[in-house]
Structures are given as C-alpha cells and as structure tokens.
Design a protein around this ligand. Structure first.
Ligand SMILES: *[C@@H]1O[C@H](CO)[C@@H](O)[C@H](O)[C@H]1NC(C)=O
Ligand SMILES: *[C@@H]1O[C@H](CO)[C@@H](O)[C@H](O)[C@H]1NC(C)=O
Ligand SMILES: *[C@@H]1O[C@H](CO)[C@@H](O)[C@H](O)[C@H]1NC(C)=O
Length: 475
C-alpha cells in the first residue's frame, strides 16, 4: 500500500537522483528540465549554487600536467593537475622527456634502510601521454581544489619535532614560495588546503611529545590532514581525481639530491632554490598567534613591546642541564653569569629556559619574544623557527669543540637568523653561499656527553656584539 509518506519518500529519491545526474555534463538537458520543473513547482531556490550554476570546475576534461617550477629540488616537486586513480599518481604530458626521473619525485611507501630497493614503480606513479590517458583515466576527472601537499613517506622519519617542522614543512613552504616568482601565478599564494599522508595508516606521524599535530592546526587552521584511509576512499571510488596543484614531498627522493652530501639534511635539495624573502613569516605569525593568543611585537631595538614588556631584547638560553648532552657544570654557571652581567648592563634581558619543565605554549611564547637563542646542539634549537627574524636575531649553537652538524644552521639560514657555532672560546659563522665543510660528530662521548666545555665570556661578548649591531644613531 502506498501511503503519503511513501510518496514523499519516492519524490525525494527521484529528485536526488536527478540532482546527482545534474553534475554530469551529459545530462545537462535533464537537469535544465528539472530546474524548470522545480520552478513550476515553485519550490524555494537551492541553498547552494550547484543546481542553478553547475560548477564548471568540478568535472573537467583530462588535460596536461605541468611543472610550474620545473623540478629544481628532488623530493619537493610541484605539479599543476596531477591525477590519481586507484591509488596511482599520473602526470599527463606530450613531453615526458621534460619530466624528472621519478626516483627524484617519490619512492615506494616503505621504510628506508631495509635491504629492498624502494625506488618507485608504476604502481606509485606514471608519466603518460594524453593518448594513454584516454584509456587509463577516461574522459573526465573530479577536481580536488587548492594546493595539496602529498607527503609520500612512511611515518619512519615524521614523528619528530625537527624532522617534521625543520625539514618537511620548512622544505615544502620554501619551494612553494618560489611559485611567487613565476609570471602568471597569482600572489599571495593561498595557504595549502590539505596535507595528505597516503602511506600513514595511523597516528604514527605524531611525535611523542604531542606537539606537531597541535602546531599544524595552529599554523594551518583551515587545512585538513588526511591519512591512508583518504587515499583508499579515492581508490575505492575507481574514478579519476585531479589535484589542481600538488606538491609531492618525499624524504627518500630528497636525499637523492647531490646537495644531500653537502648538508646531509632532507632540505638540502631546496637550499639553492631561491625562496621568497620572509617566506616563513606568515606561517610563523599564524602559528604563534594561534598558539598563544597574540603575536609578540618588538621595537627597532628588539625590546618586546607586547605586555609584559621587556627591559631590553630578550636572550633565551635553552638549558639542557636537566638532560643528557650538556655543558660542564662549571661552564654552564660561567655562561649564565656572563649573560647575567649583560643583563645588569641593560644590554639584554636573560631568560634561562628549561624547556622540559615548561608547558609547550609557554615555550613557544618565550621563543617568540626572544631575539637571541643560545644553547647546546639539540632539538631545543628547533624552536628558533618561532623566533622573529630581525637584524639582530641570532642562534648561538654550542658544540663540543671541532664537531659540527648542519641541522640548526640550516634552519637559521631559512629563518633569517645569524647562526654561530661555538667551540669553547672560538666562534664560527658563514656568510651566504659558504658553510662548514662536511660533518663531524667526533666521538659519541664528547659530542653527546655531559661535559661539553664553553667559555662563557666568549658567548657573552658575541651576544653583546650582536645586540649592538645596529645601534640606532643618537643625535
Ligand atoms: C587497483 O589497484 C589494485 C592494486 O594494485 C589492483 O589489484 C586492482 O585490480 C586495481 N583496480 C582496478 C579497477 O584497476
Ligand atoms: C647548488 O649548490 C651546489 C652545491 O654547492 C652548487 O654547486 C650549484 O652550483 C648550486 N646550483 C645553483 C643553481 O645555484
Ligand atoms: C676554553 O677556553 C678558555 C678560554 O680561552 C680556556 O681557558 C679553557 O682552557 C678552554 N677549555 C677547553 C676545554 O679547551
């Protein structure tokens, strides 16, 4: 028996199936009939625009993939119109010879370091001609709008504050910013819409301290982070999707860059791609503002003007004395005394930060109010990415004498902070285009030991010099 309820239900099903059809260009005729039908039935207009003005962006003919920057940095490759179907990425081009070998783009989604070769196979990605595309991808693709960052690694080297922020996100933003130099690309560049992790099935991309996730949502509050279940959903639909713009990021591919044997870091390959000036600053400001509720402002001299105001530029000494790798006890005291002396002279305000005892928010706040960061080589120096760049901004990294790694000097270069390595009473710094040759970890007992020497006065003199760097002329 058909009741009125059944009838209403049937009408709903009928109209919604027409609605679904209406987004397909082949049934345009049907949907305009539907529109006139609905008009006659004097129903209210659709609250969304999809009935009245089919979104031309949504179903689109297969057209060619382009590389707006070319492929200047292995492991960080931007594609316009990158296709995906059944879990395989496709670049469509008449000129496959213009494409980089895919080993410089991605790898199989497997851990590094095992016995197997994990270079990419046609299952991960293919470069195909428009003719092949007709067979493989069909006639149209659904557009995934905006910029997608596809991080095509396992979580093996993700779950770490430095790896995530100092390499993956920093490298991606540096290369993304280079698009602003390409004629015809509109600026400001939009914030990436999403970060996709096709090879991460679970929470394992998150670091143990639990800071990377919250910081991501502070830095990119409207962007989503999607894991392998998203990728599988697209595969299961078994239709073609096209990323309007996608950056494929791959640590394995990045390390195939010859520059990787200069600096030994994932971002090595990005370092001689010219980045936009201050490319990090919008992200830094969003992250800081959203984490702590305000953006600390400083005056010309570096004195913090946002309450609580500081008496002078802030020097933050990131103390590791509560941890493993640390200074000789008497040298730590000597260093703090040297910096306190500067404070007494009114040259700086000293904050000794034992990060492990501070809430994460307070750590970010302390750093975002600082002009100079001093610390023993270690993850605490990753925090410099939230320190505002300025003529005086400086990172002073204490190493066991004669040892050197590039982790934090590379960050400083990207941030616009001047970096100094300190070997007891010797300071080393390198101008743009020059760097410490090689790496030197010395012996484990020294490099990671608990008796790293430092001459406090050397550091204090350096701080004094840096803070006086641009004394505003007095009349
Ligand atoms: C999708 O990919 C899987 C895994 O490679 C394969 O087994 C399956 O046959 C593919 N499905 C279609 C419809 O091509
Ligand atoms: C990039 O860096 C390498 C390594 O120092 C250098 O040899 C090369 O000329 C640089 N390339 C560009 C385009 O600057
Ligand atoms: C560190 O430098 C000071 C000042 O030059 C010197 O007296 C001290 O012996 C040095 N320490 C080490 C371990 O080299």
């Amino acid at each position: 028996m058909w009741t009125r309820r059944h009838l209403v239900f049937a009408v709903i099903i009928f109209t919604s199936s027409l609605y679904l059809l209406s987004s397909n260009p082949h049934v345009e005729q049907v949907s305009s009939n539907l529109r006139s039908l609905t008009k006659h039935a004097s129903s209210p207009p659709s609250p969304f625009d999809s009935l009245e003005t089919p979104n031309a962006n949504h179903d689109t003919q297969i057209s060619e993939t382009t590389l707006p920057l070319g492929a200047p940095a292995p492991g960080f490759t931007i594609f316009d119109r990158l296709y995906v179907r059944n879990g395989t990425l496709f670049a469509v081009t008449q000129h496959p010879e213009g494409y980089p070998d895919l080993i410089y783009v991605l790898s199989q989604g497997k851990n590094k370091g095992g016995p197997d070769n994990i270079d990419p196979t046609p299952r991960e990605m293919q470069v195909i001609t428009p003719t092949q595309a007709k067979d493989i991808l069909g006639d149209y693709a659904t557009v995934i709008e905006g910029t997608s960052i596809i991080l095509y690694d396992t979580s093996q080297f993700m779950a770490h504050y430095y790896h995530w922020w100092g390499e993956i996100i920093l490298g991606a933003m540096r290369i993304y910013s280079a698009l602003s130099f390409i004629p015809g690309i509109e600026t400001p560049l939009p914030v990436p819409s999403r970060l996709l992790l096709p090879n991460v099935p679970d929470m394992s991309w998150r670091d143990k301290a639990g800071v990377n996730g919250p910081l991501m949502h502070a830095a990119f509050p409207s962007s989503s982070i999607e894991r392998s279940d998203y990728w599988k959903d697209l595969s299961d639909i078994d239709q073609t999707f096209v990323f309007e713009r996608a950056m494929l990021v791959s640590r394995v591919a990045a390390h195939k860059s010859p520059l990787s044997s200069v600096w030994f870091k994932m971002i090595s390959s990005t370092m001689n791609v010219t980045a936009a000036v201050d490319f990090w600053e919008p992200l830094r400001r969003r992250a800081v503002q959203n984490m702590i509720g305000y953006l600390p402002m400083m005056n010309e001299a570096g004195t913090v003007m946002s309450p609580p105001t500081s008496s002078a530029p802030i020097v933050i000494y990131v103390s590791r004395q509560g941890g493993g790798r640390r200074l000789r006890k008497e040298d730590d005291e000597d260093l703090v005394n040297g910096l306190k002396e500067l404070e007494r002279e009114g040259i700086c305000e000293l904050h000794v930060a034992k990060m492990e005892t501070m809430k994460f928010k307070r750590q970010i706040e302390a750093v975002a109010r600082s002009t100079i960061m001093v610390g023993v080589h270690g993850n605490g120096l990753t925090h410099q990415i939230w320190m505002p760049p300025s003529a005086r901004s400086t990172v002073i990294e204490i190493f066991y004498p004669e040892t050197y790694l590039h982790d934090y000097s590379m960050l400083a270069r990207n941030m616009g902070h001047k970096h100094y390595a300190v070997w007891n009473d010797t300071t080393l710094t390198y101008p743009a285009g020059q760097w410490f040759k090689g790496v030197n970890e010395g012996t484990r007992d020294n490099f990671h030991g608990n008796s790293i020497p430092v001459h406090g006065k050397t550091v204090a003199d350096l701080v004094r010099q840096r803070l006086r760097l641009e004394v505003i002329p007095e009349f």
